[in-house]
Design a protein around this ligand. Sequence first.
Ligand code: F6P
Length: 341
Amino acid sequence: MKVGILTGGGDCPGLNAVIRAVVRRAHQRAHDVVGVREGWRGLVEGRFQPLGPREVTGLLPRGGTILGTSRTNPYKTDAVDAVLRNFQEEGLGALVAIGGEDTLGVAARLHAEHDFPVVGVPKTIDNDLSATDYTFGFDTAVFICVEAIDRLHTTAESHNRVMVVEVMGRHTGWIAVMSGIAGGADMVLIPEHPISIEEACADLRRRHERGKDFSIVVVSEGYELDGADPEAGELDEFGHVRLSERGVGARLAQEIEERTGYETRVTVLGHVQRGGSPTPRDRVLATRYGLKAGDLVHEGRFGRMAALHGDAIVDVSLAEATAELKTVPQDWYDVARAFFG
Ligand code: F6P
């Protein structure tokens, strides 16, 4: 069988490690693999690239995706027929779609509506996909944020400043909570468990009254500042508001300085969180997901997604995985909160 593979949505470290594992497993099972260029756009436009064992040599530590990616959604551009036609004309028998909620949402729908032979692999630095404990890319993003927080600690301490660190995560606060816990943040603000600016400032004042004269505040880009319009901003191709454009970190820093009188600076980590080489944990997870996806294809178990449950790689339905966002539960937030104030 000829198996297609695509990477869709925002890139993240570990995509190439999955591609490598899928190709290696497919070859062990006597299947050929072809790369689909730039996510669903490649199937809409019929753009493919050869992908054999030679092409995946050296890919394990490499960030980004050698296939390119996009947020093209064939359901939004009336291009589902083109996807089905190009898939057939290329002689493909199966597709491995590596993506987050949006890319896999398209896969789930194609499978449900057209019996499309697709399996999914859960990717996103946001870690917001249901039905899996972790997505690959998340660990690397957290690692990068923690390194930044550690560095900001020393300069914050030297200048007696409040440092606001804005991290990604879209509508969930996984990156903020995990990097806040690991980086020893004094305040973490996330969309799921909103604390008002006044409460946050009260905690900072309390901390400073007990002798600390600097603080680290981690804020998720999706945190809603009092009075801000959550729907305001430009949309991306999947129809999401571009949260980075709202500048929550900068506005929060200004509010903190005005309300407390503490000198405050902001650092927006941005796309640095998605760049570079995956951590060992993400390399291992991506590799295990890739092998599982190869097995699912070989066994003809379509409409499924590789997932992590505890320490085991299992498979779940794509429909289940994309039904709702996985948000940060209270008990995780409480771990971060134990160190506020
Ligand atoms: O979903 C991954 C993510 O990095 C989000 O955390 C962020 O909101 C978004 O993508 C940024 O998208 P873009 O790369 O289009 O700016």
